[in-house]
Design a protein around this ligand. Structure first.
Ligand SMILES: O=C(O)c1cc(C(=O)O)oc(=O)c1
Length: 296
């Protein structure tokens, strides 16, 4: 592995859009710090440290209240860095783990106590060496008693071949970054139509309307993303999540300005009602359900 990379903006702007109080950044990661939490020997990229203090400073700068920290592939199946960040958050972060399918029930229990509420299955060949569907399904069954959900990351090209696997998952499913559609095809393009058909196949498939920087080939201000994604948010408003994706793994050649990313929110969720669902109600139901039960 060569030099460590910096994939985030070093001086992000303060957004013009003010998130509603209690807003959740429901997709972000931490890297290290490496001296305490070494990266996996199988990591496909080696980043500089982007630890909890940096994440919480960004949360405050952007006007968010909470984070959902998704275990990044560079940390493999050792969730210590993610758990460390959650522990340092004063209850303002929860997480999604990546686990070795051989994990014991006692270890799953420990992850739950540490604030983990889901497991991630990653199918991107550039990020992981293998993605054993049969083992993942076993894990999906074993997490059911904890009330966790499954987060799946795949690309649009394999959506159809993913269907039987997704159908067999017994828990709620969240699809990362909408399964990476080509947003330049527009809201009615082939990729968006296929993705909508997947959402229509099960009411408990949710998605993250994230990563304009990864998905919009024309770059900021990400007009193609806004145009393709706004109708999706309106039509599936009770099952969409939003996140920064900070520290933007592998985006070192085009690090997005996090303030500008936040400013896309009112373009994809134009009303206060949609913004509250996207940024508060939906993520709270998944990650802090105990705080929402009394009011529902
Ligand atoms: O597209 C990516 O490179 C990417 C990588 C990771 C990770 O390394 O975990 O997470 C993401 O959400 C996106």
């Amino acid at each position: 592995m060569t030099d460590r990379i910096v994939s985030w903006h070093c001086n992000p702007s303060v957004p013009r859009f003010t998130p509603p109080p209690g807003a959740v950044d429901a997709h972000c990661h931490v890297f290290g710090p490496m001296a305490q939490f070494p990266f996996s020997p199988k990591a496909k990229y080696l980043p500089e440290d982007a630890g909890p203090n940096m994440l919480f400073a960004l949360r405050d700068r952007l006007g968010f209240s909470r984070n959902v920290i998704v275990q990044a592939s560079c940390h493999g199946t050792d969730n210590a860095a993610t758990l460390n960040a959650i522990a340092k958050s004063n209850g303002r972060a929860r997480g999604v783990a990546v686990v070795d399918p051989a994990i014991s029930d006692a270890e799953l229990e420990k992850l739950h106590e540490g604030g983990i509420r889901g497991v991630r299955f990653n199918f991107l060949k550039r990020l992981v060496d293998n993605a054993p569907k049969d083992k993942f399904l076993e894990v999906a069954h074993r997490i059911q008693p904890f009330g966790w959900h499954v987060v799946v990351y795949f690309e649009a090209a394999i959506l159809e071949e993913m269907r039987p696997f997704l159908n067999a998952i017994p828990t709620l499913i969240v699809i990362d970054h909408m399964g990476r559609p080509d947003v330049s095809q527009g809201p009615d393009g082939a990729d968006m139509r296929a993705f909508r058909s997947l959402l229509d196949s099960r009411e408990d498939i949710w998605t993250k309307v994230t990563c304009p920087d990864r998905l919009d080939p024309h770059g900021p201000p990400w007009d193609d993303f806004a145009c393709a994604v706004a109708p999706l948010v309106a039509d599936y408003q009770d099952r969409v999540l939003w996140g920064t994706d900070w520290p933007h793994p592998n985006m070192e050649k085009a690090t997005p300005d996090d303030g500008a990313l936040v400013d896309i929110i009112p373009r994809i969720a134009p009303t206060a009602d949609l913004q509250r669902k996207l940024l508060i109600d939906n993520p709270m139901r998944l990650y802090w359900p105990e705080e929402t039960k009394s009011s529902s």
